[in-house]
Each structure stands twice: as C-alpha cells, then as structure tokens.
Design a protein around this ligand. Structure first.
Ligand code: NI
Length: 177
C-alpha cells in the first residue's frame, strides 16, 4: 500500500480514454485499489479514478462520510466501481460546486444529471447496480468522466463560476484542493 502522486491538469494522460479491466480479484487489481484508497484518504478526496495516479484502467473509488470539504453534502457509501456504465434517468441537470484532486485549490460550478442508473463491478467481479440521485449521482459522474479523459473544468458552462477555493469561499474551512 502506498500514497501515490496525483497527476494534475495539463498531464496528457489525464485526457486519455482508460481501458476496461479484464481480470478481477488479482493481486495487481487489489494493489491498485489499495493505492487509490490510501491516496484518496491522504488527500481527503471524495473520490479518485485510476488515471489520476497514472493507471489507465476503468477503476474509480468514491465515498463521502462527514467530509469538511463537502459540509452540506449527502453521505455517499464507500464504493469501488470497475468498468462502469452510467445511464441518466432523466434529462434534468442540476448545477453544483465541484473540486478535483487533479485541479488543486480550485472550485467550479458544473451541471450534472440529477438522477442516474449505474452499473459495474467490484474488485471481485461482483455486479453493482444502483439508482442514485443528488450528490451521489454527481460524484459518480465526476469520477467516471476521468475514465473518458474529461476533467470538470471542461464541463463548466460559465467560467465566471470557476476560481480559487480560498477566494470563492473565504470564510469556509474547506480544504484548498
Ligand atoms: Ni476529479
């Protein structure tokens, strides 16, 4: 287990399409997930995708307990999601603030589908099939975007809604990444 460096926006590999995982329950896959978990915890993130630590595989992990970075957010169960397939349940989009470990110190308003059906597998190959909404749906869309080379600033519709966290929220104790 190891905390790995998180690649930052500008790194070409963050723009690549990640490859599906072919084999489940392997030592390599378990080691990757352990590193992602260690790195996410160390960085106090709500989620992380394998490409952010330089691994071009379709693996994301996410979960939010009481995270001071998202004080008003709903809790999201800790989830390991591999080869995800996302299907919006409605066309309804909702704006919300996002940050990213690959874009440290910044926040932006991003429209996301409010309700979403997602499928995939855990690290053992067990199927995952969920219908989610709100912040859970937002986190899944953000993390899975990383697998298609999309960083949240690319989805901001009005760049007036993009800036440095400590300037946007001067009275908050939100972490600066
Ligand atoms: Ni991110």
């Amino acid at each position: 287990m190891a905390i790995r460096p998180v690649l930052r926006m500008g790194e070409p590999s963050l723009l690549a399409i990640a490859e599906p995982v072919a084999d489940f329950d392997t030592p390599e896959l378990h080691a990757l997930i352990q590193d992602m978990q260690d790195t996410m915890e160390y960085m106090d993130g709500a989620g992380i995708a394998a490409p952010q630590i330089g691994v071009g595989l379709r693996v994301v992990i996410f979960g939010v307990g009481q995270n001071p970075r998202y004080p008003d957010a709903d809790q999201v169960p800790y989830t390991i999601l591999i080869n995800p397939v996302l299907t919006p349940v409605s066309d309804l989009l909702e704006d919300g603030w996002e940050g990213c470990l690959s874009v440290p110190g910044m926040r932006g308003i991003v429209p996301r589908h409010t309700r979403l059906h997602y499928k995939g597998f855990d690290q053992f190959g067990n199927p995952i099939d969920r219908l989610v909404s709100g912040f859970h749906a937002r986190v899944v869309q953000h993390e899975c975007d990383h697998l298609d080379g999309i960083l949240y600033p690319m989805r901001i519709q009005d760049l007036k809604n993009f800036g440095y966290t400590d300037v946007l929220f001067p009275d908050s104790d939100i972490a600066d990444d």
